[in-house]
Design a protein around this ligand. Structure first.
Ligand code: HEC
Ligand code: HEC
Length: 474
């Protein structure tokens, strides 16, 4: 039984991970001595609509569960949850299932059918797609491209393993909580993932020419929760990811498809798909704030924003400019674990390989700090900071009053503080199951600090409120 559990947990992660530097070692299969720059778009006409279709319909990972599991995962839930599911009708049970794992309804679906997060492979299986982490639900509405701030990969992987155990005649209660190979946690909190760290793990599973080697251990891994930036800001960036260490190319988006179950040829065959996916991300527009805005207050906020914030975050509206400014790690002062997570040796290796076009589009060997993000549609990208530690814009603006521990409601939107509707606490309550504990975002946990970004303290309280009002309009 142990073997089965391990392999289920492993497959789960292998197909779920977003990695940023898995191209190590491909130098040996370079295109000879050709010096002409590579056409990143392969001579294709990038087509955004096609990119969306590909994500929804083309499996680019290995199956993690069956479509039929959607209606039976509840069988392995905790007793009280299971009892509720048993009494519910099929529509309500689907809703409960989506809520538990943090899935978004597909746009246009009136009742939950397939989650936005998974693609059917034509054989009755579900395969993770980009929207597992990049397809969010904001105030109850699905917004593709918003980070998925409900996702709980640990709960899903554990339940799938338990269901398989039950089907095999074993006791699901004996199945340990899911982790990935090399003791890699999938997430510490609901709504975030350890996505960046899936990378060294992938790399350790391949040799320099991408042949797969399943028994090597990667270097020390600095696990941490990450909250993906919204895709609609990709168009403004010259370099991507939290530390802006990587170039904008289709290949840079591909490691997610690098399941060790795929040969290197299979992996590379996905490249044309990523030309279109790149274009989809590039063209995505930010969503407009759907609630009321006090126009006068917002106008005052604009002036203050331009004085206090614009040097880093840019200006908005006609003639707006985005500076792509990376702020030194000591100056920004937000959690530094992400900053230290990707080793220089790994970066050097990666730059020799296919993912970086053999050095033509390298990643930075050292990061300086974190990118001051574009703030378009910022109302919809709560929680804030790269680790998702600040639940509202009010918390961003009030560094000394940020909640130590918070728990969101499923779909509540706080129009006063702008962002997630939360309960705040001084400590995580005692006696919770680990699944319940993941719902309390604990900023004292390693990698989850809500410190730093104290720049708003240059403003008085009423000025902060004006800036928050202005941020609603972006
Ligand atoms: C397991 C969760 C997960 C999955 C699945 C995932 N990503 Fe990500 N993605 C992230 C996280 C977390 C980040 C932020 C990483 C960082 O900044 O270091 C990110 C960052 C990005 C960025 C950079 C955005 C920016 O503005 O800097 C792009 C583009 C992106 N992902 C594309 C994709 C694509 C395309 C797929 C599917 C092929 C995908 N991701 C699948 C979690 C995921
Ligand atoms: C010196 C540069 C700098 C200044 C000045 C600055 N910021 Fe930031 N800001 C950053 C950086 C860097 C981050 C990313 C921090 C992280 O993710 O850990 C950030 C993050 C944010 C975020 C979270 C974005 C997200 O999607 O998670 C908001 C909101 C924000 N800043 C608003 C403001 C406002 C409002 C002001 C002015 C009162 C301001 N900032 C001033 C650099 C700056």
């Amino acid at each position: 039984m142990t073997a089965r559990i391990v392999s289920t947990a492993r497959n789960f992660v292998l197909v779920s991970a977003m990695t940023v530097f898995a191209g190590m070692g491909l130098a040996s299969v370079a295109f000879g001595g050709d010096k002409t720059p590579t056409d990143m778009f392969l001579g294709l006409t990038p087509d955004a609509a096609k990119g969306y279709e590909i994500m929804m319909h083309e499996p680019m990972a290995t199956a993690i569960m069956k479509v039929a599991d959607l209606d039976r995962l509840w069988i392995v839930w905790e007793e009280d949850e299971k009892a509720k599911a048993e009494k519910a009708d099929s529509v309500e049970r689907r809703r409960m299932t989506f809520e538990r794992y943090g899935w978004a309804k597909r746009p246009g679906d009136s009742v939950p059918n397939l989650p936005l997060d998974y693609t059917e492979d034509g054989k009755g299986n579900l395969v993770t797609n980009c929207f597992s982490c990049h397809g969010g639900k904001v105030a109850g509405q699905t917004i593709p491209g918003a980070g998925n701030t409900h996702v709980d990969l640990t709960t899903l992987a554990t339940d799938v393993s338990r269901l398989r155990a039950l089907e095999g005649g074993n006791d699901p209660a004996q199945v340990a909580e899911a982790i990935a190979p090399f003791k890699t946690p999938l997430n510490y909190h609901k709504g975030v993932t350890n996505a960046v760290i899936f990378a060294p793990m992938f790399i350790a599973l391949r040799d320099p020419v991408l042949a797969r080697e399943f028994n090597k251990h990667p270097e020390l891994l600095l696990h941490h929760d990450m909250n993906p930036p919204p895709w609609w800001n990709f168009k403004k960036k010259t370099r991507i990811y939290t530390d802006a260490f990587a170039p904008k190319t289709p290949r840079q988006l591909m490691p997610f498809a690098m399941s060790p179950l795929f040969s290197d040829a299979k992996f590379r065959s996905f490249e044309p798909n990523f030309v279109h996916i790149y274009q989809y991300i590039e063209e995505l527009e930010s969503p407009k704030y759907p609630f009321a805005v006090k126009a006068e207050l917002a106008d005052r906020g604009k002036v203050l924003f331009e004085q206090t914030c614009a040097e880093c975050h840019g200006t908005y509206g006609p003639g707006g400019k985005f500076p792509n400014r990376v702020v030194d790690i000591d100056e920004i002062g937000t959690d530094s674990r992400r900053f230290h997570a990707i080793y220089k040796e790994r970066r050097e290796e990666t730059n020799k390989g296919w993912l970086q076009y053999y050095g033509e589009h390298p990643i930075d060997l050292e990061s300086k700090g974190y990118l001051a993000q574009p703030l378009d549609g910022v109302w919809a990208s709560a929680p804030y900071f790269h680790n998702g530690s600040a639940p509202t814009l009010w918390a961003v603006m009030n560094p000394t009053k940020r909640p130590k521990v918070w728990k969101r409601t499923e779909d509540g939107y706080d129009q006063a503080k702008v962002g997630l509707e939360v309960e705040t606490l001084d400590a995580v309550p005692e006696g919770l199951s680990s699944r319940q504990r993941r719902m309390y975002y604990d900023t004292t946990h390693i990698g989850n600090s809500a410190a730093g970004h104290t720049f708003p303290d240059a403003l008085e309280d009423d000025e902060k409120l004006a800036v928050i009002e202005y941020l609603k309009t972006l």
